[in-house]
Design a protein. Structure first.
Length: 507
């Protein structure tokens, strides 16, 4: 590193030895920093990757678990769910880590309103039966006055996606609606408009049904999901014009709180051409979320720290989203308030959510140009080439709205990402490809209290962090060969409705 004499002297005076020059110096001396940065070498994938060490990631994971413990007094176990002390601690940790890097980044706190729901108690009776599969939908409101209601059950025609599907006797009744065609939230809303006191959505495929109503509307009514199996005796009676009564009881609360996205953008690099990447800072209520998405969060934090040793040609923008687990709230908000000019500056968005699952597979989102903004596929291929070059196997997984890339691709911004698996089951073939255990979840602690430091595979985490470094270095150097954003591409793409919006089913 070549330093200007004046700078060197100041640094030596302040720190005692030139070799230990630290960034705090730059905070008060932006001009000096510009000189220094110009002397740094341009980021290269191999040098940047070479600095990624599993031990450093593990150290951060232990710190993050301590932060999750701040949520314990209120929740009886460690958690980093939005609104908890564990999440506030996480946001503080991210902010202060970046702030310590001086003027290399411009940091923004982006506060936004987030809806959270809590079901305290619920009961559903259909005829004489208590359906074992009955699951309150996420963000469901309570039944009136949080009291049980006794009411007839009335079948809704088709999929309950049109007002005309709701017969007039739904008024005062429990609406019984098939899953399909439109989101659960739409069905609940139309049921409420038709005067129903509650709604039950039954599965149109095998198994139980657990989903979320999504953004609350004034007409939502208390809503459950049940399995096809639990629905079939009720449907039989209703089809035979026999009366079936039910009891619906939901004691639940939906409230709006403020939470915060953290965005850090390099002060250098072409601000008209940004490479953006993100992970989510929050966990579910049930656990500390060290793999989901502590792993992605800390990979970004570690790489943001290492990047300060280099110069970049293009701007690099890191994001730590809040409210992902409640339905991609932070990333949705961020993209929704971008002006057209700001939208066009983002050349691509890379999603890093769950990089260290204990029973991992190297999964690459199958983001093709055919059905996503052009450039998504170039990014997909960058990932697969990396795995192939290192003799590692990979699989493609659906790019279907389950994480924070969703808002970006809906607004014309190319996107993609990698993951290591959540509640999916490893196949025997994948066991040959990745090791681990076939027949078990990729992450057996997904969304549970056991998503702790011991729920990380460090081999997978280190490789994936190197791959994230590779993705950042590649685009921070150059977008040559990467498709230009088209001026008319902002929100121009009609992305089809996905079954997921975040980790929970919406459709
Ligand atoms: C941004 O958030 C961090 C972390 O909570 C906090 O320490 C900091 O004061 C906030 N900064 C601004 C400008 O609001
Ligand atoms: C990837 O997505 C495309 C559609 O965009 C599809 O044709 C292809 O079969 C998918 N590949 C895999 C392996 O899922
Ligand atoms: C990749 O998968 C094949 C089986 O399809 C397996 O034989 C090979 O060992 C795997 N490679 C690695 C590095 O795990
Ligand atoms: C991580 O995965 C690799 C490859 O499957 C395995 O060899 C290693 O034992 C795992 N490490 C941990 C800590 O689970
Ligand atoms: Zn996640």
């Amino acid at each position: 590193m070549r330093l200007q004499l004046e700078t060197l002297t100041t640094a030596a005076l302040l720190l005692g030895e030139a070799g230990a020059i630290q960034l705090p110096l730059f905070q008060s001396r932006p001009k000096t920093q510009a000189h220094l940065t110009a002397d740094r070498e341009l980021v290269s994938s191999s040098a940047y990757q070479g600095q990624v060490k599993a031990d450093n990631l593990l150290k951060r994971a232990k710190e993050l678990y301590k932060i999750a413990e701040l949520g314990e007094p209120e929740y009886n176990h460690p958690t980093r769910v939005i609104g908890s002390k564990g999440h506030i601690g996480t946001v503080d940790y991210i902010y202060s880590t970046i702030a310590q890097l001086g003027d290399y980044y411009t940091i923004t706190n982006q506060s936004f309103p987030a809806v959270t729901g809590n079901v305290f108690e619920s009961r559903l009776v259909l005829g004489h039966d208590v359906p074992v599969s009955a699951t309150p939908m996420g963000l469901t409101p309570a039944t009136e006055n949080k009291k049980p209601v006794f009411a007839p059950i009335v079948a809704v025609s088709n999929y309950g996606c049109e007002e005309s599907d709701f017969p007039s006797d739904v008024k005062g009744a429990i609406a019984f609606i098939s899953r399909g065609t439109c989101p659960f939230g739409t069905k609940s809303e139309l049921a409420g408009k038709a005067g129903a006191v509650a709604a039950v959505v039954y599965n149109n495929e095998k198994g139980s049904l657990s989903g979320t109503l999504g953004t609350p509307t004034p007409n939502h009514v208390a809503t459950w999901g049940i399995s096809d199996e639990d629905a079939s005796p009720v449907l039989k009676h209703l089809k035979a014009d026999e009366k079936v009564d039910g009891i619906a009881y939901m004691n639940a609360m939906v409230e709006t709180i403020q939470t915060t996205n953290i965005i850090a953008q390099t002060t250098e690099g072409d601000p008209q051409n940004c490479v953006m990447l993100g992970g989510h800072s929050d966990s579910v209520t049930e656990g500390p979320g060290i793999n989901d998405d502590g792993s992605g969060t800390l990979t970004l934090l570690e790489l943001a720290t290492l990047l300060t040793q280099y110069r970049v040609n293009n701007c690099v923008r890191f994001a730590w989203w809040a409210g992902e687990e409640e339905g991609l709230l932070g990333s949705d908000y961020y993209v929704s308030v971008l002006t057209r000019e700001e939208n066009l500056k983002i050349r691509l968005f890379m999603d890093y959510d769950m990089l260290a699952s204990p029973n991992f597979a190297y999964q690459v989102y199958n983001a093709t140009n055919a059905v996503n903004p052009v450039g998504s596929e170039q990014l997909r291929d960058l990932y697969t080439e990396f795995y192939a070059d290192h003799g590692l196997n990979y699989t493609y997984i659906p790019f279907d709205g389950r994480s924070d890339y969703d808002a970006f691709i809906r607004h014309g911004i190319p996107g993609g990402g990698i993951a290591t698996g959540a509640e999916g089951i490893k196949t025997p073939e994948e066991q040959k490809m990745f090791g681990g255990k076939a027949g078990e979840w990729y992450d057996p602690c997904y969304h549970q209290a056991c998503d702790t430091v011991s729920n990380l595979n460090l081999t997978a985490w280190e490789w994936n962090t190197k791959l994230v470094a590779h993705s950042v270095a590649t685009y921070a150097r150059s977008f040559e060969g990467f498709p230009e954003r088209k001026k008319d591409s902002v929100g121009a793409l009609a992305v089809k409705e996905y079954k997921y919006h975040g980790p929970r089913l919406v459709l």
